[in-house]
Design a protein around this ligand. Structure first.
Ligand SMILES: Nc1ncnc2c1ncn2[C@@H]1O[C@H](COP(=O)(O)OP(=O)(O)OP(=O)(O)O)[C@@H](O)[C@H]1O
Ligand SMILES: [Mg+2]
Length: 312
């Protein structure tokens, strides 16, 4: 029991999964700590769902292990699952059951001794704003309400950890906004690991982002650090054509070879410094193709990391 209190909600070591000859997930080692909202970000087929299914114990790893709050998912399944609330990519709802009955039904499965009773279910109705659909059959619910019912069932056992697989997929912009704010709220009481392929979502919601590409973790960091947005205005990003590497006075500026006589320039410059650098480049005979303030920094990082090795 003591381990459960101090151990991190998720500790994955060398997690690997093959499907036939395809390695869908390769040697992932990471943890999710208490108080954290962590995003698993990656393009289609990157291995997000495969990873989450191994964490929840619904898919057996080819190699590696997962501990949830100190409990091994395979060897101590019931204890591990008791710490977990999971919202899968496709939430199975039971057509004719009303929301009220469905949540009662799930509570019964999670806890046959019926400890999870009305005192747990009723506050979820308020918290997730389910009053309007409480007595409706789940099959008639809109996607937004289905996701909220999905969250409610995930929260029934008051889990230490919430795992959400693409929770905002298919929601309209208003529903997305509400859902994200709910997730941030829940993050105060539960560690959360969510997958998404939407960059602004990861930026807005997560304390830490893990970027997955072709089954491998290619970056793990805070969104702002990944984006390299140390200066509030954002970095100055230039693209220049010139036979030789462009020379810049600022030793902190980065010059990256994009091959074919193209160079990418990045500098932490204010407007005056940026103007001076641009003038120096033009005076030096460089052809400046692009000169702008970087805004979507994370998108840039994401694009480079996930397309850099031949795409997926
Ligand atoms: N049951 C399975 N059998 C065979 N291959 C699978 C299976 N599940 C996943 N894969 C393969 O594993 C890889 C990772 O798939 P996964 O569903 O984990 O990706 P994802 O990141 O969740 O993608 P998406 O954004 O589309 O949900 C893909 O190449 C996929 O085709
Ligand atoms: Mg998926």
């Amino acid at each position: 029991m003591n381990t459960a209190v101090s151990a991190p909600p998720v500790q994955a070591d060398g997690l690997t999964r093959d499907f036939g000859s395809v390695r869908a997930v390769s040697e992932l080692t990471f943890r999710v700590d208490r108080g954290e909202i962590v995003g698993l970000l990656g393009p289609n087929g990157a291995g997000k769902t495969t990873t989450l299914r191994m964490l929840t114990g619904s898919l057996i790893p080819t190699a590696g292990s997962v501990r949830l709050c100190g409990f091994d998912v395979l060897r101590e399944g019931p204890q591990a699952r008791a710490r977990l609330g999971f919202l899968p990519e496709q939430m199975p709802l039971y057509g004719e059951m009303t929301v009220r009955d469905f949540l009662g039904f799930v509570a019964g499965i999670k806890d046959p001794s019926r400890r999870i009773g009305r005192e747990r279910i009723a506050p979820l109705r308020e918290r997730l704003d389910l009053g309007a659909v409480w007595d409706r059959p789940t099959r008639v619910l809109s996607r937004g309400f289905r996701q909220r019912v999905g969250l409610a069932q995930a929260l029934l056992g008051d889990p230490d950890l919430l795992i959400l697989d693409e929770p905002t997929a298919g929601l309209d912009p208003n529903q997305i906004r509400e859902f994200r704010s709910t997730v941030r709220d829940l993050g105060r009481e539960h560690a959360i690991l969510l997958s998404t392929h939407i960059l602004p979502e990861a930026l807005e919601v997560c304390d830490r982002v893990m970027i997955l590409n072709q089954g491998r973790l290619v970056a793990v960091d805070r969104p702002d650090r990944l984006a390299g947005t140390a200066s509030p205005e954002g970095k100055l990003i230039g693209r220049v054509r010139s036979p030789a590497p462009p020379q810049l006075e600022d030793p902190g500026a980065r010059v990256l070879d994009e091959t074919g006589g193209l160079w990418r320039i990045e500098g932490d410059w204010d407007q005056r410094e940026s103007d001076a650098a641009l003038r120096a480049l033009l005076d030096g005979g460089a052809e400046v193709l692009e000169w702008r303030r970087g805004t979507a920094g994370l998108e840039e990082v994401f694009r480079r990391l996930t397309l850099g090795e031949g795409g997926s």
